[in-house]
Design a protein around this ligand. Structure first.
Ligand code: ADP
Ligand code: LRH
Length: 481
């Protein structure tokens, strides 16, 4: 019988799930007990997350988890929470949200960038935080807030943990995406708060992955049917940190691509790279679990594809992914390529139109067929991955032998093959649910069910996952999917 069961609450920008993880004989099996769509909504004059309905989905998922475990005679040892990075909710002294949290896709923070850089030079920010410049980083979002007196900023996973336990903490891997975190010290960059007019106690105290945040509030235990002593444990609450922890690598020289709404492309290091070349290449030094550095770049992602599907559906053409990928795979290589991480693609809008305009700007033309648009997106992502991996090798002084693709995009056979071709490296695809798996592995280690460092966690991830390998075939068209 399985010895322990853990619950992962994993919410990406496009979907969320509650997954039970069981450890038996050195492998983890995952059981999804609840899945729900996620997306930004126009609310109160901005692009926001409807936190109330997200939290209701979390409770529905935890209720299903409690029921599933009880039916098997199991107890849920703990709950771990991860979501996308950078966004936060402001809570007042009474613990109430003062507004629906803004989404990083809202454009209000663009105007605050120059204002922040006028107070603290961009090169100084980078030398301390090592964070990739993105106009939606928390630091720029906070600069748009009018009144931060008497409120605390809780990052989205911290906000969920607070609602479950009543405890206010900031999990460190996600804190490292704020632009207010010292990449070397692993502490808040307190010297930046004052010049930016931010209260020193704006964020709750840091907690490290593996530490306990608290136990369930009585009302939450009642609603979900979970025992009141169920622990909420800090994991890599930044989804990408959990995903990287579950990269099923056995090799030293591995790189990873966490492929979903965004593509996070890079390597794992034991110290940050904060030099000028790294800043100019816009690489980030986010904190991973066990004191590692996720040296990576946020490259555009499958948001481009899902937004095209959304646009086509609104125009009356519901085009499911399998058919789109099959027709894109049948096209010849060498088609138009765009810069997939152009901020012009960040906001939700007519995506096929914007992609066609971007191709036109390169002096090329894009045929007016969905298959051509899809192929252009995937060719562009693969080209972006290859460029980014080459940059990572150069900037970190590393050589990469194998590229692991994890997350929803690891199921996209065409993208995996195009990536192998563009990088001229072996690509290993899987697991699809790397984030939830990393979340559960951290909880299992905290409970003492497994022991060891990241290599052991990754061996367990490998033993738990069906992997698909792709070899580079630069001159051949892709057949399959
Ligand atoms: P996030 O965590 O950012 O919400 P996911 O890791 O769940 O994203 O990945 C979602 C993406 O995975 C989708 O946008 C889609 O392009 C891709 N995807 C999901 N299922 C499949 C599939 N069966 N085949 C190919 N791609 C898929
Ligand atoms: C991926 C992710 C990524 C961030 C972005 C905002 O879900 O957390 O690591 O750059 O969302």
């Amino acid at each position: 019988a399985p010895s322990s069961v853990f619950a992962a609450v994993d919410i990406g920008a496009s979907s969320g799930r509650v997954i039970l993880g069981r450890l038996t004989d050195g492998t983890v099996s995952l059981e999804t007990v609840h899945r729900f769509p996620n997306g930004v909504v126009e609310l109160d004059g901005g692009l926001r997350w409807d936190f109330d309905s997200l939290f209701a989905q979390v409770l529905t998922g935890l209720t299903a988890a409690a029921k599933t475990a009880a039916a098997k005679g199991e107890t849920i040892a703990s709950i771990g929470i991860d979501t996308w990075a950078v966004d936060y909710g402001l809570v007042n002294k009474a613990g109430e949200l003062t507004a629906h949290p803004y989404s990083y896709r809202d454009e209000r923070s663009k105007a605050a960038v120059a204002q922040v850089h006028a107070k603290i030079d961009q090169s100084r920010l980078y030398a301390t935080t090592g964070l990739q410049f993105l106009a939606f980083n928390t630091i720029y979002q906070l600069a748009t807030e009018k009144d931060l007196d008497g409120v605390q900023a809780l990052l989205i996973p911290d906000l969920i943990a607070f609602k479950l336990t009543g405890q206010r903490r900031t999990e460190a891997t996600n804190a490292s995406t704020t632009g207010l975190f010292d990449a070397v010290a692993g502490e808040w960059a307190t010297e930046f708060f004052k010049p930016l007019g931010l209260p020193t106690g704006l964020f709750a105290p840091l907690v490290q992955p593996g530490e306990t945040i608290g136990t369930l509030l009585p009302g939450i235990a009642d609603t979900t049917g979970l025992p009141a002593d169920t622990k909420v444990v800090a994991v890599g609450s930044h989804d990408t940190a959990s995903a990287v922890a579950a990269v099923p690598a056995t090799e030293e020289g591995f790189a990873y691509i966490s492929s979903g709404t965004w593509s996070l492309v890079g390597v794992e290091l034991d110290h940050p790279v904060l030099d000028k070349a790294s800043r100019l290449a816009n690489f980030t030094n986010e904190h991973g679990v066990d004191g590692t550095i996720r040296y990576l770049r946020n490259v555009g992602g499958l948001w481009l594809l899902s937004e095209c599907q959304r646009t086509w559906a609104a125009e009356g053409y519901a085009l499911p992914l399998p058919g789109l990928l099959e027709s894109a795979a049948a096209l010849r290589p060498g088609g138009p390529v765009i810069n997939a991480d152009d901020p012009a693609f960040t906001a939700p809008d007519n995506m096929p139109h914007r992609i066609r305009a971007a191709v036109r700007n390169t002096g090329d033309v894009l045929p007016d067929r969905p298959a051509a648009v899809v192929r252009c997106i995937l060719d562009s992502l693969a080209a972006g991955y290859a460029r980014t991996l080459a940059d990572a090798e150069r900037l970190a002084g590393r050589s990469v032998d194998v590229v692991h693709i994890v997350g929803g995009g690891s199921q996209n056979q065409l993208l995996c093959q195009l990536t192998a071709n563009a990088t001229n490296k072996t690509v290993i695809a899987g697991p699809v649910e790397a984030t939830a798996l990393g979340n559960i592995l951290l909880q299992a280690r905290t409970a003492g069910t497994i022991t060891g460092g990241l290599p052991e966690l990754r061996r367990t991830a490998r033993a738990s996952t069906h992997l698909t390998q792709y070899e580079p075939h630069p001159s051949h068209a892709f057949h399959g999917n």
